[in-house]
Design a protein around this ligand. Structure first.
Ligand code: SF4
Ligand code: SF4
Length: 381
């Protein structure tokens, strides 16, 4: 920790890319300010309760500061360790404790979330008013699930096993199904065992140690299939799985990364639409993947790819952030929605369920995962 803290030279180059600094202009809401607080905590000159927890909780963990830091400061490791310390030592208020307990009683458990998703689909069908951040779940999307094995079209080039995700299986199994179809069209055999757990990313993001156990268990389970690669279409899951201290972590690929490696089929159907691509933080900053999704989308005939302004700025979803920090989550959601409106797309696309739910809640533009657009284009050849 000391060496990581000493890497920061306090230059401030990271400040303009930090969403909480952009919104508040407060030094302690910036990466540099938070590193200073961590430094004081480490030296014992500041107690956890002295306002530090508030500034650590308000960090989105978006990692934009990791990308923009010219000194290579590993803020990702610093915030992970500090969050774990806060989680272990700080006594939160009863309301906060209850909110966090309710969230984490549901989140890593795909079956519980899927039950809730059916409840949402029923409520939507009955036009019951729902909270703003309720996902747009439909019965058609819930029915579209990947088979346990999808054979490749033509000669098999490799075998991939799909990490389905917990939120992914509840509100995004149609994205998993589209991922399997698109990969299969590119000669990839796809395995999708249903008996798999959550990657632990949301717990790790909140400093909860249980996430480490869950992540290792999932990598053990997926590696045991013998597949050449482990693939995910969720930016947050991919980032967490790649960061694991586990032999199978080196086999993890984001779906866009894998598709860019194997290549799309020669024949692709048209989609005549103006499409804006939003960089999910854990794809762009967490995994350094920015070009592959744009290149794949641009390969669809008729599709006009447009860029958003402030592309590095988080949409405010950030795992459970918009639920646990609703005021800042809403400000950033509105800010991203304004960017989307300025770009005036027909569809907004992002490679993470959380971003799609958040941006969909704040602007009146249809949202879709890039893989579902590729699936549509490949099915209408
Ligand atoms: S984190 Fe990096 S960019 Fe930010 S103040 Fe420290 S050295 Fe500068
Ligand atoms: S992770 Fe994001 S919100 Fe947190 S300090 Fe870095 S840029 Fe700011």
């Amino acid at each position: 920790m000391r060496e990581l803290l000493d890497d920061c030279v306090h230059c401030g180059f990271c400040l303009p890319t930090c969403p909480t600094y952009a919104e508040t202009g407060e030094e302690m809401e910036s990466p540099r300010g938070r590193i200073l607080l961590m430094d004081m905590l480490e030296r014992g000159t500041l107690a956890l309760e002295d306002g530090l927890t508030r500034h650590i909780d308000s960090c989105l963990g978006c990692l934009a500061c990791v990308t923009s830091c010219p000194s290579g400061v590993r803020y990702d490791l610093l915030i992970e360790e500090t969050r774990a310390t806060v989680e272990a030592r700080v006594q939160r208020t009863p309301v906060t404790r209850a909110r966090r307990a309710a969230l984490f009683a549901a989140l890593p458990h795909a079956h519980r979330l899927r039950g809730l998703a059916y409840g949402v689909a029923i409520a939507r069908a009955l036009r019951v008013p729902l909270p703003k951040l309720t996902p747009h779940v439909t019965f058609a999307a819930l029915r579209d699930r990947p088979p346990v094995r999808t054979p490749p079209v033509g000669e098999r080039r490799l075998t991939a096993v799909l990490a389905l995700g917990c939120v992914g299986r509840a509100v995004g199994d149609d994205v998993n199904a589209a991922t399997a179809r698109v990969l299969a069209a590119c000669g990839v055999e796809v395995l999708a065992p249903r008996d798999q757990g959550c990657c632990g990313a949301l717990e790790l993001h909140a400093g909860r140690a249980a996430g480490h156990v869950r992540r290792s268990a999932l990598l053990d389970r997926l590696a045991a299939t013998g597949a050449d690669v482990i693939v995910t279409s969720a930016a947050g899951c991919g980032s967490a799985l790649k960061d694991a201290d586990h032999p199978a972590a080196a086999r993890v690929r984001d779906v866009h990364e894998l598709l860019a490696e194997v290549g799309l089929p020669a024949q692709i159907g048209r989609i005549d639409a103006r499409v804006a691509y939003h960089d999910a933080c854990h794809l762009a900053h967490g995994q350094g993947i920015r070009d592959a999704p744009r290149m794949l989308l641009a390969a669809i005939p008729g599709l006009e790819l447009v860029e958003l302004d402030e592309p590095a700025l988080c949409c405010g979803s950030a795992g459970t952030y918009n639920l646990l920090q609703p005021a800042m989550g809403a400000s950033l959601g509105e800010r991203k929605a304004a960017s989307v409106r300025r770009a005036a797309p027909d569809v907004l696309t992002a490679a993470n369920a959380g971003c799609l739910i958040q941006i969909g809640a704040y602007c009146n533009v249809p949202v879709a995962h890039p893989v579902t657009l590729l699936d549509r284009a490949l099915r209408c050849r």
